[in-house]
Ligand binder design. Structure first.
Ligand SMILES: *[C@@H]1O[C@H](CO)[C@@H](O)[C@H](O)[C@H]1NC(C)=O
Length: 269
């Protein structure tokens, strides 16, 4: 019994010593949409050196005999997003999404050494900004993307929709277009040149997640999110006052009529 425990402890310690990776992964945190550059820190790849990049178990890029080859996962996770520098072996992932978060590993093999480097990449989802309105009011979704004028395309989406509900494509026109798949927002959206979206005359069905995507040539895509809540109008103070005034008027009217009747009965009028 005691021996068995000792054995396990010894095995665990051995595992701990020899199973440990040389270096902990370098941690990289960035916002969804940004480009992420993973650096090998090699000054120059020599002819005959081999570089292999992996994302989890998948080989995604290699340099062999000075030839750069890019691969992808079965679900095309990295389609048009990878750039591998053939001089340094640095890997750049462009226009990232949260699903590109994970462990990246590079193996660099030269005539004398094999070197491993690991990168733990986290791409942060944009945190939704809260906008609360009462039914009937306008909801103004004002983003904080800097220099929005340098981007070509401003696009707003609702919930998990893949199509935009409002957009400006400056390459074709400065005029916004509203092309929601349903009639939900009919004539109630206003998109200005700065990308601020206003939903007028809000309804309870407008509540949900709105996503802004700003794109431009050779620029990282910017994402912003807004969580809109629409509370029922209920009875506003104005309505309550109006009802009270109405009720009071009615009472006065009834009383007045009573007095009038009584007085007429007495032959006063
Ligand atoms: C091989 O790589 C190691 C680092 O991994 C470096 O110090 C060494 O100079 C390289 N050798 C050649 C011949 O490039």
């Amino acid at each position: 019994m005691g021996k068995a425990y000792l054995m396990i402890i010894v095995l665990l310690s051995v595992e701990g010593v020899f199973g440990a990776e040389a270096d902990p992964p370098k941690t990289i945190e960035s916002a969804e949409g940004d480009s992420v550059k993973l650096e090998t820190c090699v000054t120059k790849i020599q002819e005959g050196d081999e570089v292999e990049w992996k994302f989890g178990p998948h080989v995604i890029a290699t340099i062999k005999a000075n030839n750069v080859l890019l691969y992808d996962t079965d679900d095309a996770l990295f389609k048009d997003k990878l750039h591998l520098d053939d001089q340094t072996g640095d890997l750049t992932i462009r226009n990232t999404r949260t699903k590109h978060s994970g462990l990246y590993e590079v193996k660099i093999v030269n005539i004398t050494h094999t070197e491993h480097k690991r990168f733990s990449v986290t791409l942060l989802d944009a945190i939704p900004k809260k906008v609360s309105v009462t039914e009937g009011e306008s909801a103004v979704l004002k983003h904080d993307v800097a220099d929005v004028e340098i981007y070509d395309m401003i696009m707003w989406m609702f919930e998990d929709g893949e199509t935009s509900i409002a957009q400006i494509n400056k390459k074709t026109s400065k005029t916004p277009s509203y092309d929601g798949i349903d009639e939900k927002f009919r004539d109630r959206l206003q998109l200005d040149q700065t990308g601020t979206l206003t939903i007028t005359n809000t309804k309870s069905t407008d509540a949900g997640l709105y996503k802004l995507e700003v794109t431009g040539q050779n620029k990282a895509v910017k994402y912003r999110k807004f969580r809109v809540t629409v509370s029922e109008s209920g009875l506003s103070t104005g309505v309550i006052v109006a009802i009270c005034v109405g009720a009071a008027a009615l009472i006065l009217l009834v009383l007045g009529a009573g007095i009038w009747c009584r007085n007429r009965g007495k032959g006063v009028l």
